[in-house]
Design a protein around this ligand. Structure first.
Ligand code: DX5
Ligand code: ZN
Length: 218
């Protein structure tokens, strides 16, 4: 069974508590929370005050995706919302190993995200130390972007890498995931599908979540 993680960046922040409640009651599995700093990516989203709202109202695991430079300076602070997973970007840190350790020492699962133009082989040294790889299907920064088709072959490469290392790391695909590609990504080995605009810009988010869930059953 695949995990569907709605990206809350596409939700209506003016009705955030209702949107959280919608996901609580839906068949979705996790909350995906995108934190951007305007430095690593050309967009700024939210920080601790909004995470606190999720801590209080969300009844499913929080998957925090940090698109920020120097994430080591914020992990302690962001850990106070009791996230299940914190994901950092391979491209955003000097000492990946140290930051992964910092996350795991807080009893939080560590994810490592990789941009569409970063070679998959750069993941290799860390593949047995992390809990999740987050393969970006778009360049991070904005929701609602078009899925980059080369992501499929990169997913195949990650799957091979994981198998060759006998690693148990989960694969997440984030960005541009919708009803047109969720089945193929699931077949290729994605374990967690993040989807934002496809869910929240649809007429009936609950029905869309159910369809994503159904299509991902392979
Ligand atoms: C992109 C974010 C994604 C994004 C997903 O920078 O990390 O999580 O919000 O949104 P969609 O599914 O609309 O691409
Ligand atoms: Zn994300």
């Amino acid at each position: 069974m695949k995990i569907i993680a709605p990206s809350m960046l596409s939700s209506d922040f003016g009705r955030l508590i209702d949107e959280i409640e919608l996901i609580n009651k839906s068949n979705a599995d996790w909350f995906h929370l995108d934190i951007m700093d305007g430095v690593f990516v050309p967009n700024i989203t939210f920080g601790s005050p909004v995470l606190d709202i999720f801590k209080y109202y969300a009844k499913k695991p929080l998957d925090v995706h940090l698109m920020i430079v120097n994430p080591e300076n914020y992990i302690d602070k962001f850990s106070s919302c009791n996230p299940d997973t914190i994901t950092i970007h391979l491209e955003a840190v000097k000492d990946v190993r140290a930051v992964v350790k910092m996350i795991k020492n807080l009893n939080i699962k560590a994810g490592l995200a990789i941009n569409p133009d970063t070679p998959i082989k750069y993941l290799e040294p860390y593949i047995n130390e992390i809990d999740m790889v987050c393969l970006m299907g778009v360049f991070p920064g904005f929701s609602g972007q078009k899925f980059i088709n080369e992501t499929n072959s990169r997913l195949r490469d990650i799957k091979n890498l994981i198998e060759s290392k006998k690693s148990k790391v989960l694969i997440q695909v984030d960005g541009g995931v919708d009803l047109s590609n969720v089945k193929e990504l699931s077949k290729l080995g994605a374990d967690i599908l993040v989807s934002g605009s496809c869910i929240f810009k649809s007429k009936n988010p609950n029905t869309t979540i159910d369809s994503l869930k159904k299509e991902s059953k392979v």
